[in-house]
Design a protein around this ligand. Structure first.
Ligand SMILES: Cc1cc2nc3c(=O)[nH]c(=O)nc-3n(C[C@H](O)[C@H](O)[C@H](O)COP(=O)(O)O)c2cc1C
Length: 224
């Protein structure tokens, strides 16, 4: 692809990605496509590289039935989607600058030496406490981690669109009630995770509304 073709590809892709409002239960996303979508999520960027997400694929019909009453925005997805993911985010306890999880990421995943980890920890502490005021509440810290997790969600939606797979991001749920169900079902260990959002993948069974967006002049401001 030359540069012009790449631009057209990108714009065309985003013009045509849309939220699926009903899935054909007979059509399955291939393992290869699903794995590529998961890779797009796994490889997403995150603040300081802390990857606060976990993706849980729900294949169990009983669990789907238990999710349904609490997820008004996901009913159609739970009924027909080929793949239904619950997306979790790390708990406030795990995201503190001095947690075992942050130590694990910096040491075992990112491979930073003891000497490098110490100044990074101080920087991260300042960022959390001073710059972003994330210690004002557990919710502030958790929501900050969810913001990062949404980037993984966006990557997955885009990857699905590239592959011609339809998708539905889902935030239409009663958080406390659904989280309680997911804890009861042992899908969430509340010490380490909370519920962020959900997403479904499959193939549509209906026409969708044409895309509506504000004009670029309203969205982009240029300061000379
Ligand atoms: C974080 C997030 C949560 C959403 N939650 C739901 C949902 O619960 N159910 C649903 O049908 N659509 C949901 N949507 C889809 C939006 O309504 C949709 O993206 C928006 O109307 C724009 O339409 P488009 O995606 O077709 O371009 C969600 C989108 C995002 C990004």
């Amino acid at each position: 692809m030359n540069q012009d073709e790449k631009r057209k590809f990108i714009i065309n892709l985003y013009q045509n990605r849309y939220t699926c409002k009903g899935f054909d239960p007979e059509k399955r996303v291939s393992d290869e496509d699903f794995n590529a979508i998961i890779e797009a999520g796994r490889l997403a960027p995150s603040s300081m590289g802390f990857e606060p997400w976990k993706f849980v694929l729900i294949n169990n019909e009983d669990v789907k039935e238990k999710i349904k009453p609490h997820a008004w925005g996901g009913e159609k997805s739970l009924e027909g989607a080929s793949h239904f993911l619950v997306i979790l985010t790390r708990s406030p306890k795990d995201l503190r600058y001095d947690s075992d999880y942050i130590e694990y990421i910096q040491k075992d995943i990112q491979g930073f030496s003891d000497e490098l980890r110490e100044p990074r920890k101080i920087k991260y502490k300042n960022f959390q406490i001073e710059d972003f005021k994330l210690f004002e509440s557990d919710r502030a810290l958790f929501d900050w981690a969810c913001k990062n997790t949404y980037i993984a969600l966006a990557n997955m939606l885009t990857a699905a669109a590239v592959l011609g797979v339809d998708s539905t991001p889902i935030e239409g749920f009663h958080r406390d009630n659904l989280e309680r169900v997911l804890i009861e079902e042992r899908i969430i260990d509340p010490e380490h995770f909370g519920l962020c959002c959900m997403v479904a993948f499959g193939y549509t069974n209906r026409e969708h509304r044409p895309k509506t967006r504000r004009k670029v002049e309203e969205v982009l401001e240029i300061i000379e």
